[in-house]
Design a protein around this ligand. Structure first.
Ligand code: TYD
Ligand code: MG
Length: 447
């Protein structure tokens, strides 16, 4: 064992301490760690087969669909890019209490219908997990439980049980004896993840790590953990909201745009296959609400945008938003102020997007402005109306990607009027398109 230093931001290694990382330029990011040296085994954990001879790519045979295993949850399969790949190592991160252990136990149970599954918990006792499984109605003979923190013991048990799927809940709770620092410390996480990843790759068993996140939302431990695994999934959403969104931030086996939507019920997580209906279920016709259509990966769904504008009572005006970027909100308020001559400086603004989803694409700008205007005038928008468009800095409205898909979703749910920046041709006679080029055109036509 030797002592090494490495960068907490990017994982760059060095034999001596450095003030500035030469790889990612972060300052004061170096930390000391004990490193297990495995001779001749450098960085082989990414590979499942090794060969010394180069072969033409055309000679490699691979059927992407055949090798995928369904997790039993179509929403999870979708975020994984079509299912679990043998030897895949994934990390599922999220705040405490969001449902990481719940989803992993559900997946373990579904896979145990025709496979042998080993669920390793370093955090909870077998009684606690039994209690959860009873709540979820799980009692599968092929689902093996191991409550253990010691990685040497875990590996021993993996050898003994020879499972087809492994869950480690959580990577911060397990440790290697060979390293004398606390479980959850950077060096422990790094080495335990490394050892377990190598084992999974060597045996070609899919392995899922559960990982806790820090306050600022990153997986606790070095960034290098994210580099080691093939796929990184994040559970997002407010703890108090029943909807939870599973998002891929890294995927060596598929696209990273996909999201899976789940609902936490008293019997565990349930898949939400028709998010539009769920997110606008309680749609009312009060002032300050507008409907938009967002696109996440390959799916489009409707969401409700709520805005509340009220006079500021003291000090600076407040800007509070749930599910929408604060900076983009400030930008849109400035656009309104300049183009519509509304004095936003003396108004508090509160924004809420339904479903607990964090919207990152610009297609909801138009709906947000409509909702703000509606709240400002205290007048409700017309029923069954959808707003889709991006708003530019000078108040111009732009079209967004995959309009056909979004419009189709709105029509499916019986919407009658659609405000966009482009002409859209559909056969449906019951729907009316309003082509708007600038936000100043909105006022007279949306109420
Ligand atoms: P958990 O999966 O333990 O979260 P994590 O592992 O991410 O910390 O539990 C998430 C929350 O969900 C917990 O507060 C209890 C609640 N819950 C339900 O509402 N219904 C259920 O069926 C289960 C199992 C948990
Ligand atoms: Mg847990």
């Amino acid at each position: 064992m030797t002592t090494m230093f490495f960068c907490k931001e990017c994982g760059f290694e060095s034999t001596k301490w450095l003030g500035k990382c030469p790889s990612c330029n972060a300052w004061n990011s170096f930390t000391e760690t004990a490193k297990l040296v495995q001779k001749g085994k450098k960085n082989t954990h990414h590979l499942t087969d090794h060969s010394n001879r180069a072969i033409p790519l055309s000679e490699v045979t691979f059927d992407p669909n055949q090798s995928r295993i369904s997790s039993g949850l179509s929403e999870l399969d979708c975020v994984l890019g079509g299912g679990i790949v043998p030897g895949m190592v994934a990390l599922i991160g999220g705040e405490p209490g969001i449902g990481k252990s719940t989803i992993m136990l559900q997946v373990a149970d579904l896979l145990a219908n025709n496979k042998k599954v080993l669920y390793v918990s370093g955090e909870e006792s077998s009684e606690q997990i039994k209690l959860r499984s009873m709540r979820l109605g799980i009692n599968n003979v092929s689902l093996y439980l191991l409550c253990q923190n010691n990685v040497e013991q875990i590996i021993q048990e993996i050898e003994n049980t020879d499972p087809d799927f492994i869950v480690i809940d959580s990577i911060q709770a397990v440790y290697l004896n060979a390293i004398d620092s606390m479980p959850g410390s950077i060096s422990q996480i790094r080495e335990t993840a490394n050892v377990l990843t190598r084992l999974a790759k060597h045996k070609n068993i899919p392995l899922f790590f559960v990982g806790h996140v820090t306050k600022d939302g990153a997986v606790a431990g070095p960034k290098v953990l994210e580099h080691m695994v093939d796929t990184v999934l994040y559970f997002e959403g407010e703890l108090t909201n029943q909807f939870k969104i599973l998002r891929t931030t890294k995927n060596r086996f598929g696209s990273t745009n996909e999201i899976g939507i789940f609902e936490m019920t008293d019997k565990g997580l349930k898949q939400v296959e028709n998010p539009s209906e769920q997110f606008i279920m309680n749609q009312n016709n009060y002032s300050g609400t507008a409907i938009s259509c967002v696109l996440e990966g390959t799916r489009a769904f409707l969401i409700e945008v709520q805005a509340l504008v009220s006079p500021t009572n003291y000090g600076n005006a407040q800007r509070v938003s749930v599910g929408f970027d604060q900076k983009r909100l400030a930008l849109l308020l400035a656009v309104i102020e300049k183009n519509l001559m509304l004095n936003m400086k003396e108004l508090d603004v509160f924004i809420n997007f339904s479903g607990g989803i964090k919207v990152v694409e610009p297609g909801t700008d138009l709906a947000l402005i409509a909702a703000l205007l509606s709240s400002f005038r205290d007048k409700s928008l017309r029923e069954k109306t959808v707003f889709i468009g991006e708003v530019g800095l000078n108040g111009d409205i732009r079209t967004v990607s995959q309009m056909d898909k979004r419009v189709k979703e709105a029509l499916k749910l019986g919407f009658k009027e659609i405000f966009t920046a482009t002409d859209i041709k559909v056969k449906n006679k019951n729907v009316h398109f309003h082509k708007v080029k600038h936000i100043s055109e909105l006022g007279p036509i949306i109420f």
